[in-house]
Design a binder for this molecule. Structure first.
Ligand SMILES: Nc1ncnc2c1ncn2[C@@H]1O[C@H](COP(=O)(O)OP(=O)(O)OP(=O)(O)O)[C@@H](O)[C@H]1O
Length: 258
């Protein structure tokens, strides 16, 4: 499979006034394949969000390079980003679902007349038909996540960057949205980089899992997930699934202890 995104020897530290800078990402290299679902898992505070912000072009790396489809895009920082999207679901409270989903299209300069049908298509895709005119406070947590997801998809990002999108949801809603995400991923043919704290979620969703070291973040190990698609809940109780969960847990624990 072709490489979609290459992260090559990225380094990032943050200055903190008079105290020494904090080194967050060190010599970080990773290849993300076209159309794959790659999960990134690591201990709390290890630098996962910083990594996504580097990839999205929101902040510059101190050194190293980022290539998309073989083109060096390291110097493209700021502005409208790179057609990639954070999945933080931070909807504007004063906008309806429809207007929230149209927001990204507005920012991209899509003409007004074209925005409504595109937004509607993605609202339908995520199962929010009938809630176009609802405001975020009128939606459940899971529905807000769906609206944010529709907004992310509507702008056709090259890579969907998702930063713990299901972290704040109850287990049942999370399970439902995981399956919906997998359906949408297959329908929309996207490359996904998915940050999570949950080992089980990473195994259930991903083709490969990059296990990250405690800060400064580096790739500790890459694990191939062998389970067939479409994924079914039943795999979560298979011995191979439980073994893999244990293996990743051991790697994370070892990293934190060291
Ligand atoms: N703009 C900044 N200025 C200074 N320090 C920062 C900045 N952004 C992040 N950091 C520091 O970088 C470290 C990593 O933060 P980051 O949010 O990337 O970790 P994370 O792995 O996503 O954390 P979590 O798992 O808790 O969500 C933290 O110690 C944080 O305080």
């Amino acid at each position: 499979m072709a490489t979609k995104l290459s992260l090559n020897h990225l380094n990032k530290s943050f200055g903190r006034g008079k105290t020494p800078p904090i080194e967050v990402v060190r010599d970080f290299s990773l290849e993300i394949r076209d159309l794959e679902f790659l999960a990134v898992i690591g201990p709390s505070g290890c630098g996962k969000s910083t990594l996504l912000r580097l990839i999205d072009g929101l902040i510059p790396a101190d050194s190293g390079s980022i290539e998309m489809d073989g083109r060096d895009i390291s110097d493209k920082v700021g502005g409208e980003g790179r057609g990639m999207v954070f999945q933080s679901f931070d909807l504007f409270p004063w906008r309806t679902t429809q207007a929230n989903v149209e927001f990204g299209l507005e920012a991209k300069g899509v003409p007004k007349a074209e925005r409504a049908p595109i937004a509607k298509k993605y609202i339908d895709l995520v199962g929010l038909t009938g809630f176009e005119d609802s405001y975020p406070h009128e939606l459940s947590g899971g529905m807000q996540q769906r609206a944010g997801f529709a907004r992310a998809l509507a702008i056709h990002p090259e890579i969907l960057l998702m930063d713990e999108p299901f972290g704040a949801l109850d287990v049942q809603t999370r399970d439902i949205l995981q399956n919906e995400l997998l359906d949408i991923w297959q329908k929309e043919q996207k490359t996904v980089l998915f940050v999570t704290h949950s080992i089980e979620e990473a195994i259930y969703l991903a083709d490969r899992i990059a296990v990250i070291t405690p800060r400064p973040a580096r790739v500790d190990r890459i694990i191939d997930v062998p389970f067939e698609r479409p994924r079914r809940e039943e795999i979560k109780s298979r011995p191979e699934f439980l073994e893999m969960r244990q293996e990743i847990w051991s790697i994370l624990k070892e990293g934190v202890t060291v």
